[in-house]
Write a protein that binds this ligand. Structure first.
Ligand SMILES: CC(C)(COP(=O)(O)OP(=O)(O)OC[C@H]1O[C@@H](n2cnc3c(N)ncnc32)[C@H](O)[C@@H]1OP(=O)(O)O)[C@@H](O)C(=O)NCCC(=O)NCCS
Length: 136
């Protein structure tokens, strides 16, 4: 697995939905000058919630980050595109796959996959307890 930022460009996925686009700013950096991993995780959590929300039709909570891989660094000014699709639908939970692609600053149209993750969201009731995902 390559960790450098000069890996070959990749094509965007055609079997996943674009759920979020965002550009990190200097205030999102770690001491190395790259974007802080926790900032990327927060964006992935937001992006990941979009598709599950369509099914839960109400309150939900993130219950697990099942997998999270930072494949390449993210830099200030990169245009990040978050793609998502359903991985598994359970009784009260939905697990989604999220892939993040960066268009490097001043290199629009050239994409690098920077992060991939698997997150699980649970539909919850007004007491914060799991509830069944509506059938319709
Ligand atoms: C989400 C929460 C209500 C679930 O309660 P719980 O008692 O653990 O519920 P359950 O054990 O019945 O699990 C509920 C569902 O989550 C799934 N789940 C629980 N832990 C999981 C894990 N580590 N990975 C994947 N799925 C998980 C279960 O399989 C179940 O799904 P299913 O009904 O589709 O099979 C509770 O854990 C909670 O409130 N967590 C905090 C949520 C939160 O604050 N998130 C924001 C983070 S700051």
């Amino acid at each position: 697995m390559s960790q450098n930022s000069s890996a070959e460009p990749v094509l965007l996925p055609t079997d996943q939905e674009l759920v979020l686009k965002v550009i990190p700013m200097p205030g999102d950096c770690n001491p190395n000058g790259d974007i802080f991993g926790g900032w990327v995780m927060a964006q992935v959590d937001l992006a990941g919630s979009v598709v599950p929300g369509r099914y839960t039709k109400g309150r939900m909570a993130t219950v697990a980050v099942n997998e999270f891989v930072f494949k390449q660094p993210v830099r200030v000014g990169d245009i990040l595109s978050f793609f998502s699709k359903v991985h598994r639908i359970g009784r009260t939970s939905i697990t989604v796959k999220i892939e993040v692609y960066a268009e490097r600053h001043f290199k629009q149209g050239v994409y690098a996959k920077v992060t991939e993750a698997l997150l699980t969201y649970v539909a919850i009731d007004e007491h914060g307890q799991p509830r069944e995902i509506p059938k319709d």
